[in-house]
Design a protein around this ligand. Structure first.
Ligand code: FES
Length: 325
């Protein structure tokens, strides 16, 4: 999983050495990172990501996919997006073993819930990266029952295929290839029909997340967790500019088609929490006082749409929104 963040917000905490760099599936590159002096690395929890300053000078977030019990290395897997603005392409084409890579400390906007009676982990494509760290943790620590569903186009595009087909994962993983045909998508409904006190975690393309959201309306609040990817290549060509009125600070700001509300208000010194910046974690929830929003997040329930907005991704249907900022 990889997605875009603002370069201005980035301050690397570590410079790590690339100790392995190789293509592990079609267009997917695995990087192993270690401390240059062999020191232990800061701990992380399953579902965590790193912010990375890519060779192209763009900041990207990539999920850690190795075991969170390991202290001597981090592993990230990067999909080279065909229409990348340079972030994933520069990782795939330029980053080699021996290079140094500036990264942040690990952060987690996609955590396993300790309250779950069982965990249903669903990955689509490169969305396997945080999901695999979760599955490794649950398997190694025995901290909860789990099942992993891993959907991809075909065997050649499936990262970690050999490992996940090995005996040690038998009975824990279902791998499904749809050949790129939506009619051949894995039928998740039998697994989602009865929640039974479980939590579901999904990382994959937007369409997959939306399908799961539609199938989990009867799950209790907080038991369905999403992480999306693909924001690096988000299409802004259909966006239109609009105005935001900030009720508390009294400012009126223009949001251009290629910027988010979050980016614009921050530029003007207004503090808003954020983590995923892809509409899945809920941390940038902001009060909507007037105007009609175009909600693009995976967090809000329909009954919240008139009064709340996720400012990292959502936009306006009306010319103007008034926010409780
Ligand atoms: S920062 Fe995660 S939903 Fe906006």
């Amino acid at each position: 999983m990889g997605f875009f963040m603002s370069q201005a917000d980035f301050s690397p905490a570590l410079s790590l050495q690339v100790t392995d760099a190789r293509e592990i599936a079609r267009g997917i590159h695995l990087f192993e990172l270690r401390h240059p002096q062999g020191d232990d690395l800061p701990e992380f929890t399953p579902g965590s990501h790193l912010e990375v300053l890519t060779p192209a000078g763009l900041v990207r977030k990539y999920s850690l996919c190795n075991s969170a019990l390991e202290r001597d290395r981090y592993q990230i897997a990067v999909k080279r997006e065909p229409d990348s603005r340079g972030g994933s392409a520069s990782m795939a084409e330029q980053l080699k073993a021996g290079d140094m890579l500036p990264v942040s400390l690990p952060d987690n906007a996609f955590e396993l819930s300790p309250k779950a009676r069982h965990h249903l982990l669903i990955a689509g494509g490169i969305g396997i990266t945080p999901i695999l760290a979760m599955a490794r943790w649950l398997k190694e620590t025995d901290e909860g029952k789990f099942k992993l569903i891993y959907c991809s186009r075909d065997a050649e595009s499936t990262a970690f295929l050999e490992e996940l087909q090995s005996d040690e994962w038998q009975g824990l993983v279902t791998i499904h290839h749809d050949g790129g045909n939506p009619d051949e998508a894995f039928d998740l409904w039998p697994l989602l029909e009865n929640p039974k006190g479980g939590h579901v975690y999904c990382c994959g393309p937007r369409g997959m997340l939306e399908a799961i959201r539609d199938m989990t309306g009867h799950w209790t609040g907080g038991s369905v967790h999403f992480e999306s990817f693909g924001a690096e290549t988000r299409d802004t060509s259909q966006n239109t500019p609009f105005t935001v009125q900030l009720a508390k600070s009294g400012m009126t700001l223009e949001v251009p088609a290629d910027r988010s509300i979050l980016e614009v208000v921050r530029e003007h010194g207004v503090q808003v929490s954020s983590s995923c910046e892809s509409g899945t974690c809920g941390s940038c929830r902001t009060g909507l006082l007037a105007g009609e929003a175009e909600h693009r997040d995976m967090v809000l329930f329909p009954e919240e749409h008139d009064s709340q907005i996720m400012v990292c991704v959502s936009r306006a249907r009306s010319d103007e929104l008034t926010l409780d900022l």
